[in-house]
Design a protein around this ligand. Structure first.
Ligand code: FNR
Length: 191
């Protein structure tokens, strides 16, 4: 089984982001099934139709990184009971990629964490709706993580066994779905 190329999009630009920590710990759970690429979204300009004629360099890079991935893992905070604007901006840009939206047919998993009790549930619902409309194959199930300072240790591992088992099963399902849906290489290229 070849390694899956997973584009990881963190919906926070904060240096000490708890969502980035969560994303890194999830990638660790994927082990050698995953080759992860953390995709930048903080340098994308705000979307404007006026920029459509010539997409900015950062946008082209973003589009390539998503389009070239076998699957996308989105790990996002919740801002005011929705997804952060920086993440929505990236999604909007990707939807305008040429020759086609980078989201169409893309296997995606959504999760996120916040110190609040419902752990980004509302943001994730909004995000699920948006990616669904754009034609992504968003994995079912839910992973709403309420962040506690000891959720992840200094090695990047989950400290609580039941949380770890739950998230291991979540990642296993995501990777299995992505592997099954990964387009086989054309016969001429297959070894
Ligand atoms: C928040 N936060 C927050 N948390 C939550 O659970 N539901 C919410 O609706 C909001 N709304 C919200 C709005 C704004 C403008 C900010 C700045 C923050 C708190 C948020 O979960 C917390 O700041 C996390 O630490 C953000 O995640 P990162 O950036 O650490 O990954």
């Amino acid at each position: 089984m070849s390694t899956l190329k997973v584009a990881v999009v963190v919906g926070s630009t904060r240096r000490e982001s708890i969502n980035r920590k969560l994303a890194e710990a999830l990638v660790r759970l994927g082990g050698d099934r995953v080759s992860a690429q953390f995709v930048r979204i903080d340098d994308l300009p705000m979307y404007s139709i006026d920029l459509e004629q010539e997409h900015p360099e950062a946008v082209l890079r973003f589009d390539q990184e998503i389009a070239g991935a076998d699957a996308v893992l989105v790990v996002t905070p919740e801002f005011n009971r929705s997804l952060p604007a920086v993440l929505k901006n990236a999604i909007d840009w990707g939807s305008r990629a040429k020759p086609q939206s980078v989201w169409r047919g893309k296997v995606a998993a959504i999760t996120g964490t916040s110190p609040g009790a419902i752990g980004t549930a509302v943001a994730q619902q909004h995000l699920r709706q948006i990616l669904g409309v754009l034609g992504s194959l968003v994995m079912g199930g839910e992973a709403y993580i309420s962040f506690k300072p000891d959720l992840i240790d200094e090695n990047g591992d989950f400290t609580n066994e039941s949380t770890r088992d739950f998230l291991q099963a979540y990642m296993d399902t995501f990777l299995t779905v992505a592997e099954k849906l990964k387009a086989p290489a054309p016969a001429v290229l297959a070894a």
